[in-house]
Design a protein around this ligand. Structure first.
Ligand SMILES: [Fe+2]
Ligand SMILES: [Fe+2]
Length: 371
């Protein structure tokens, strides 16, 4: 294995994780790693699954699209991209407004954990599998996520912070999900990741005065990686029509509702960050949901009705309940805590029971990034 200075130049996930910028991350700042270790409903988790079942997938029904996608990922257009270059402007971390600084660091740590969560899951699948198609795909995705996480850690290091990724791998709790739940959740997180990154990128392209940190300049190539990962999961689901029909449609609705509402609540916890970007979090959420819904029609037979009068109301109720819950936890007020939890559950049920929009899924799933 080559000894590399930077994960951006790695060809494999193993090389990326042995690169010098990963090594340096071990000089940890406890706070950041502690934040990344959290397992709440709103923080990124690490996942494990039934790897044998995943390994048994036969991709022959989607062979043509599959080979095209794998060839494109192997050609590796983003090799060397995820590291600082002359476009990386200097950041005055000490001069940054404290509230913005705290929220931005929280954003970076949570993004780094989410990227690394993908890396760990994909790497493990690659390690455990024997199916050539599956192993190849997961190796390529793990490579990308390792680069993404490494790059975010580079940005954090300038603020004197780093997430100890080796520690996380060993010590963070792993949540078990059946393979089909991994497909729904991971497919959605890749596609919503694409929609989030491209929406910020396009917004800052039009309003460069709001680009308060250089990392946003990297979001375009970044979201293209996430787009491809989402394509791979769409193809995996396409190999078995049962995954997207019958009772499973209810599971799809559940994951859509959970992923969308989690994003809404989490983003509303970072008002200073969104103000600095010049982005209204309600507008942003609506924009990201619209894009994700449009994309997910490639494989899901339903989309959520985000124009329904109960949708925005439900999100706001969930967000308020969550804020009250956090406050009740801090003050140790059990009655308030139970009240807030009940309201959060009711808001979620209200969102989940909005009738979904159904449509016909096209025969071929393949899409290109269009936003
Ligand atoms: Fe990623
Ligand atoms: Fe990804």
């Amino acid at each position: 294995m080559k000894d590399l200075a930077h994960s951006a130049d790695a060809s494999t996930v193993e090389e990326a994780m042995a690169a010098q910028n990963y090594e340096k991350a071990i000089v940890d700042s406890e706070g950041a790693t502690a934040l990344a270790m959290q397992n709440t409903l709103l923080t990124p988790r690490f996942y494990t699954t039934d790897f044998d079942e995943l390994d048994a997938i036969d991709v022959s029904p989607v062979r043509e699209d599959w080979d095209k996608l794998i060839d494109q990922m192997k050609s590796d257009p983003n090799k060397g991209h995820f590291k600082k270059n002359e476009d990386w402007d200097h950041i005055d971390w000490d001069g940054m407004e404290p509230k913005l600084k705290a929220e931005f660091i929280d954003f970076l740590v949570s993004s780094c954990t989410a990227e690394f969560s993908g890396c760990v899951l994909y790497k493990e699948m690659k390690r455990r599998g024997n199916n050539e198609d599956i192993v190849t795909l997961f190796q390529l995705m793990a490579r990308d996520e390792a680069r993404h996480a490494g790059f975010i850690n580079d940005a954090l290091r300038e603020a004197g912070i780093a997430v100890n990724l080796g520690f996380l791998t060993q010590k963070k709790k792993y949540t078990y999900f059946r393979p089909k739940f991994i497909y729904y959740a991971t497919y959605l997180s890749e596609k919503i990741g694409y929609a989030r990154y491209i929406t910020i990128y396009r917004h800052l392209e039009a309003n460069p005065e709001h680009r308060f940190h250089p990392i946003f300049k990297w979001f375009k190539e970044w979201c293209n990686d996430e787009f491809s990962h989402g394509e791979a999961f769409a193809l995996l689901m396409k190999t078995d029509p049962k995954l997207t029909s019958g009772l499973n449609v209810l599971w799809i609705k559940f994951f859509l509702t959970a992923v969308y509402s989690t994003m809404y609540v989490r983003d509303h916890q970072r008002p200073a960050f969104h103000a600095a970007l010049g982005v209204d979090p309600d507008w942003y959420a609506h924009e990201v949901f619209t894009k994700t819904s449009e994309i997910s029609k490639q494989v899901f037979p339903i989309t959520l009705d985000i124009e329904h009068p109960r949708w925005q109301k439900g999100l706001e109720a969930l967000q308020r309940a969550n804020a009250d819950l956090a406050q009740a936890k801090e003050t140790g007020n059990i009655v308030k805590r139970v009240g807030a939890m009940t309201r959060a559950a009711a808001a979620f049920v209200s969102l989940f029971t909005i009738p979904a929009i159904t449509h016909r899924v096209p025969d071929s799933t393949r899409l290109e990034p269009a936003y």
